[in-house]
Design a binder for this molecule. Structure first.
Ligand code: AMP
Ligand code: GLY
Length: 426
């Protein structure tokens, strides 16, 4: 088969790595890709916001299957357009992608279907939002309704912070995404990222992971897209996984179907595991980044047939096998991230680093510059490793990190700390 993968991050490198290994793949293209993905796929300089150009490329190369990585093209309806043009595509339609595109939509769906989530209200004017926030008190969570690249959430520990967040969102601080605001109950517990493949009617659990969102060691500093992850998440026991499928994922799939917007693709549930069980924090309509990197390392089965089965409505009775090992990934980012950072700095030692046992290096923002690999983004590399447990995976990943020479980059040194502490306690 000829496959086209859309995207350019570490998530897409991990997907490309897995798809390229499938015996079903004859030729893999990736647009726009990065220097790491170029080892697995032929890069195509397509503007993926130009759906007509993507369709023209699919015609020219007789593409059999398209896999969409990031959320922006999904919410822009690229799946609808490709399918209408006759190209099978993995990912939700524009309507179904509202589960990520509108927090208010998801909250209303949870309320209507008894899906456990924090109590909330939606607001489109500042006075009512302020009134509600003052009534509820802190801690409380303020969210911009629309897509805000992971930066649309303020967890306010004091009333003053909550008021400031409401003020900022209604005065345009989040652009159009903040025209509507969701105010939500503060949930306490341990967070986990959970992934399920959905085919419009059925869903199968993939695996769980834990992400480190804060930029600094000890989970300090501003939020980022994710500074590292490991899988499995110890808090996702078999019982919690079953409850997540029964109480959250499957009711969502049924509700979307009943609404005439069947959900096909991967459903990424951000969960808070509270003392009352799993509660939904948010949905994403795509794979997590960097969670996908650790998921793909642990996946034993060929992934491509599962992606195709999701698209074709054939997931019932589908089974995937996983290695029992743990996987961990450390994000190396350009100094300054998540604020301003420099591009174009040189990275060396990647081959040496990749020789550490169990290690796989996925590229995020990199570029091939003649013979050199240079940094071309905020999150730049995902140094990933398998191990018999998180402690071993962590040791291997950092051993590889230490072989990389990139003075303009940095990483957290404590990825996986909760799991390592748990393993030490055993
Ligand atoms: P989101 O962009 O919705 O994933 O939110 C970003 C982060 O804010 C989450 O990963 C949580 O750490 C935190 N968060 C969001 N909603 C809540 C909530 N209701 N209670 C506590 N923390 C939350
Ligand atoms: N790592 C979190 C995300 O992909 O949104």
């Amino acid at each position: 088969m000829n496959i086209l993968l859309l995207g350019s991050g570490g998530r897409e490198h991990a997907l490309a790595w897995k798809i390229a290994a499938s015996p079903l793949t004859d030729k893999l293209y990736c647009a726009p890709g990065n220097a790491g993905i170029a080892q697995e796929a032929e890069l195509v300089g397509l503007d993926i916001t130009d759906h007509a150009a993507v369709i023209a490329f699919c015609k020219e190369k007789t593409i059999d299957f398209v896999v969409v990585g990031p959320e922006a093209p999904l919410v822009a309806g690229i799946v609808d357009d490709l399918e209408a043009a006759g190209f099978k595509t993995f990912g939700p339609t524009k309507n179904a992608a509202q589960l990520e595109g509108s927090k208010g939509f998801t909250k209303d769906l949870c309320r209507a279907n008894n899906i456990p989530t924090g109590a909330y209200e939606r607001f489109s004017d500042i006075q009512s939002a302020m009134h509600y926030v003052r009534q509820q008190g802190a801690p409380i969570v303020i969210k911009a309704d629309g897509l805000a690249a992971g930066k649309g959430v303020v967890v306010a520990m004091t009333l003053a912070e909550a008021e400031a967040a409401v003020d900022m969102m209604f005065s345009g601080g989040m652009g159009a995404a903040g025209a509507e605001v969701v105010v939500e109950e503060f949930l306490q517990g341990e967070e986990a990222s959970f992934f399920a493949l959905c085919d419009g009617e059925n869903a199968i659990a993939l695996a769980s992971a834990q992400d480190h969102k804060r930029v600094g060691d000890g989970d300090t500093g501003p939020n980022t897209g994710g500074m590292g992850a490991y899988s499995p998440a110890p808090v996702m026991t078999d019982e919690i996984t079953k409850r997540t499928m029964d109480e959250i994922i499957l009711p969502t799939v049924r509700a979307m179907k009943a609404m005439g917007a069947p959900y096909k693709g991967v459903l990424f549930a951000g969960l808070m595991i509270t003392k009352d069980g799993p509660k939904l924090i948010e949905y994403n309509a795509r794979f997590g980044d960097p969670e996908t990197q650790v998921l793909m390392l642990r996946l034993m089965s060929d992934f491509l047939p599962a992606l195709i089965a999701a698209r074709d409505g054939q997931l019932k009775n589908f089974d995937l096998r996983w290695y029992p090992d743990a996987a961990l990934t450390v994000v190396m980012a350009a100094k300054g991230y998540p604020g301003d950072y420099k591009r174009g700095t040189t990275i060396e030692g990647l081959y040496d680093a990749s020789q550490v046992e169990g290690v796989e290096i996925f590229h995020a923002g990199t570029k091939q510059d003649g013979q050199k690999i240079t940094a071309n983004g905020g999150r730049v590399l995902n140094v990933s490793a398998l191990g018999k447990n998180v402690t071993q995976a962590q040791a291997r990943a950092y051993q590889a990190v230490d072989r990389i020479q990139w003075p303009e980059g940095f990483c957290r040194r404590d990825i996986g700390w909760q799991a390592v502490a748990r393993e030490k306690g055993k």
